[in-house]
Design a protein around this ligand. Structure first.
Ligand SMILES: *[C@@H]1O[C@H](CO)[C@@H](O)[C@H](O)[C@H]1NC(C)=O
Ligand SMILES: *[C@@H]1O[C@H](CO)[C@@H](O)[C@H](O)[C@H]1NC(C)=O
Ligand SMILES: *[C@@H]1O[C@H](CO)[C@@H](O)[C@H](O)[C@H]1NC(C)=O
Ligand SMILES: *[C@@H]1O[C@H](CO)[C@@H](O)[C@H](O)[C@H]1NC(C)=O
Ligand SMILES: [Zn+2]
Length: 281
């Protein structure tokens, strides 16, 4: 079985928090600055991935996309080495967390349910920031891009999973990124996902549970990783996001990969120049 049958559950207070980027206009959600707000009813986003080289030009609100010092994604290489600092320490990641499964317009996505403004019961990890203070961030949801946002050694994987974490005040604060490529095994994380909803049916919503630990299991729980200071990978390209890219790849069977790609739509931002990103520093 490639994807699990639908497990309908009654959700708690359903989150209004989207995954990292601001593009699911069907759910009428929006980010403004770092705060997460409900999108005003109405227009779809006025930007597209086809034109991601020039988002800064669309709006003054998007100027960071053009002028930011920590824009994502950036190319990662083996020469950069792996990080010896900022190790994520997972607190309660082994949990059948409740939420809503849907298609964010470009691929599968899940938003976890939590009481309004209170992320404390969601899976979390703790890391040491560069100034030495320890910070705990909570998993608000995940979504998949295809092809990958980040390249490693010049190659982009066929897809990239983003596990999006909120800081204390609901800011987007950290993303755990995992590359997904075809291999000789089935991915347990993908086989536990509900039957995929096509990007053509972005109104569909499924209340279900998913255990994010299954994703960590496939990449040795981020025991090796790159990390850097970056941004959202879609307008308004807000900075202040610590990125982690697992060294290991999540492998999927050819069938899983094809089903995933069939439910996906091009969603990879043009790569940005490395500037103040402090890769692995
Ligand atoms: C999913 O959960 C939300 C929030 O509790 C609820 O409003 C909605 O009716 C549920 N949908 C289904 C299909 O159960
Ligand atoms: C695009 O949307 C942004 C954010 O809502 C807005 O500030 C901007 O004026 C819009 N630009 C165009 C050209 O519609
Ligand atoms: C942060 O956590 C690490 C690992 O638990 C610990 O060694 C360090 O002392 C902590 N730093 C602060 C400022 O609490
Ligand atoms: C792709 O998805 C559509 C539904 O959106 C389905 O009809 C079609 O059979 C799928 N194709 C493959 C190759 O999975
Ligand atoms: Zn993303």
């Amino acid at each position: 079985m490639f994807f699990k049958g639908l497990a309908l559950t009654s959700a708690l207070g359903l989150s209004t928090v989207l995954a990292c980027p601001d593009h699911d206009y069907h759910s009428q959600l929006k980010t403004q600055g770092l705060r997460i707000h409900k999108r005003q009813q109405g227009a779809p986003p006025n930007w597209t991935y086809d034109a991601s080289i020039d988002w800064g030009r669309l709006s003054e609100d998007y100027s960071l996309c053009q002028t930011g010092t920590h824009q994502s994604p950036i190319p990662l290489t083996v020469n950069q080495g792996l990080s010896l600092r900022h190790n994520p320490i997972f607190n309660n990641y082994d949990m059948e967390a409740q939420g809503t499964f849907y298609n964010w317009g470009y691929g599968p996505a899940m938003t976890y349910a939590h009481p309004e403004g209170d992320y404390s019961a969601l899976p979390s990890f703790t890391f040491e920031e560069e100034d030495g203070h320890n910070e705990t961030v909570h998993l608000s949801g995940w979504h998949i891009h295809a092809p990958a946002d980040h390249s490693v050694q010049g190659d982009k994987a066929k897809a990239e999973l983003h596990l999006v974490h909120a800081g204390e005040e609901g800011h987007y604060r950290s993303v755990l990124a995992i590359r997904i490529d075809p291999g000789n095994v089935e991915s347990t994380f993908l086989s536990n996902m509900p039957e995929l909803i096509s990007y053509r049916h972005t109104e569909e919503r499924v209340n279900t549970t998913s255990n994010p630990r299954l994703a960590l299991d496939e990449v040795s729980h981020f025991n090796q990783f790159w990390t850097y200071k970056g941004s959202l990978t879609s307008p308004p390209c807000t900075e202040g996001v610590r990125w982690y890219m697992a060294r290991n790849i999540m492998f999927a069977s050819d069938d899983q990969m094809q089903q995933l790609l069939n439910a996906s739509h091009f969603s990879s931002r043009a790569e940005q120049q490395v500037w103040r990103h402090q890769i692995n520093v």
